[in-house]
Design a protein around this ligand. Structure first.
Ligand code: TYD
Ligand code: MG
Length: 436
């Protein structure tokens, strides 16, 4: 239960600014002026990709993520790049100017050790009172406003403290109005807390135009910036970064990075091709089975859905006669990626079976396909994009579900091995059993 304090209706001033004052009248669509979607180009390509090409003037973007994942670092880095051409105001309620300056110095350090001069149009402000922030905005007229974080700013006229649901919602509505009425783009950072669903970014997902989440394992260096809502581009697009000593570094070819440490000849490793938005990603899936020492065998997924794992385990047990009942099963997606789509089922099944039988999976093949309850292999979408990526990275074969309706020709440059069932696919995927 969350206490919610009712507030008097928003002042007439804010409604007037939104053009909702009662003076608007229906307009013919063909007479509405459009501004041809001029976007501010973002020089960080992985970032631009997630935004759908660049920053739309007058839009408001939420950047959410766990504390310490790198939101402030990424936003400051973007701000420093953007400030070379436009005026940027970075408002922080979390760190002092000096702390931000120190971080900027770190980010501005070039490979030769020299620290680049900060751009002239980059302004810092440490303030949490939103009314005061707006006063500065009206004086400075920035093209880009960054609020770090939405949980620290507050409107004094509301009776609740900063970070409460009322404040978070009211503050972001005000920011949205400011953005829409002046063509200023606004980025708000929001922490996902344990109570995230209540007081965190969730309550403002519908207020903003675009929602980006920065995710990744805090102990691994990869960071994924994922768009979960975007009024101006494709959703579920991802950008891949790596956290370095001097900020976030783009990973333009993530598949290669994810596969870098792979030991191809070890049992229990298979390559899946997963689609993240419009981008295919090759990831290594590792499986390990080990006799359970206690009554109930454990199923430990890391990066895959537990229900998918249980289903695949059940199919392997019932349809393929794998004796997994007395085995603990661990599945791990290398690189800290989280896979949601069933196209990785086959790779997960192969990794488990490979570990169980102690024979490696064909090192030069990728495995694509959803596993059905009767052990059949099911077709997945965007097959050619997946196959192209695999071919590009030098994989020679792809084990895929048998195509029922042959629509597009297969991708060239990679051998296609069609399998009707999981059993058949594993026969192709697993190398000969070792002689005992
Ligand atoms: P930060 O951006 O402060 O996280 P958030 O705003 O999401 O809470 O990132 C904090 C972590 O990033 C911290 O553990 C230090 C690390 N870091 C680097 O590894 N390299 C860098 O260049 C910077 C600035 C931070
Ligand atoms: Mg921060």
């Amino acid at each position: 239960m969350v206490e919610e304090i009712l507030t008097p209706p928003a002042s007439s001033q804010t409604t007037a600014r939104r053009g909702l004052s009662g003076h608007a009248h229906p307009q013919r669509l063909d007479e509405v002026e459009s501004n041809h979607e001029e976007r501010l180009t973002v020089p960080i390509e992985e970032f631009a990709r997630v935004l759908g090409g660049g920053i739309v003037p007058g839009s408001i973007v939420l950047v959410g993520g766990d504390p310490g994942i790198g939101k402030s670092t990424l936003m400051l880095q973007m701000a420093l790049e953007m400030a070379k051409r436009i005026t940027v105001l970075y408002v922080s309620g979390e760190e002092s100017e000096r702390q931000i300056k120190m971080r900027s110095m770190r980010l501005l350090r070039q490979p030769d050790g020299e620290v680049a001069h900060p751009p002239q149009q980059m302004y810092l402000l440490t303030e949490t009172n939103l009314d005061a922030i707006f006063e500065h905005v009206n004086a400075l007229h920035p093209d880009l406003l960054i609020i770090d974080s939405i949980q620290t700013v507050y409107l004094p006229e509301l009776d609740t403290g900063a970070g409460s649901i009322t404040q978070v919602r009211e503050c972001s509505s005000r920011l949205r109005e400011a953005a829409k009425s002046s063509d200023m783009s606004v980025f708000v950072i929001g922490h996902v807390t344990k109570e995230g669903i209540i007081a965190g970014p969730r309550v403002l997902e519908h207020i903003v135009d675009t929602v980006l989440y920065l995710e990744g394992d805090r102990f691994l260096s990869f960071r994924l910036l994922r768009s979960v809502k975007n009024r101006f581009g494709a959703t579920s697009e991802v950008g891949v970064f790596e956290m370095h000593e001097h900020g976030m570094v783009e990973v333009p070819n993530p598949s290669e990075a994810f596969l870098a440490e792979r030991v191809a000849t070890a049992p229990g490793s298979a390559i899946a091709v997963t689609m993240e938005g419009t981008r295919p990603l090759l990831v290594e899936i590792q499986g390990l089975t080990s006799p359970s020492s206690f009554g109930i065998p454990r199923r430990t997924p890391n990066g895959v859905d537990i229900n998918r794992l249980l289903l695949i385990t059940a199919v392997l047990t019932r349809r393929l006669g794998q004796r997994l009942g007395e085995q603990d099963i661990f599945v791990n997606v290398v690189g800290g990626l989280r896979i949601g789509e069933p196209a990785a089922d086959l790779a997960i099944a192969a990794a488990i079976a490979s570990s169980m039988r102690d024979v490696p999976v064909r090192a030069d093949a990728v495995l694509i396909g959803e596993v059905g309850l009767s052990g059949e292999l099911r077709w997945v979408g965007q097959m050619n994009a997946r196959l192209n990526e695999a071919a590009k990275l030098g994989f020679r074969a792809a084990i895929v579900p048998r195509q029922v309706r042959r629509s597009e020709p297969w991708t060239k440059g990679i051998e296609i091995i069609e399998a009707r069932s999981l059993r058949e696919a594993l026969k192709f995927a697993l190398l000969e059993e070792k002689p005992q």
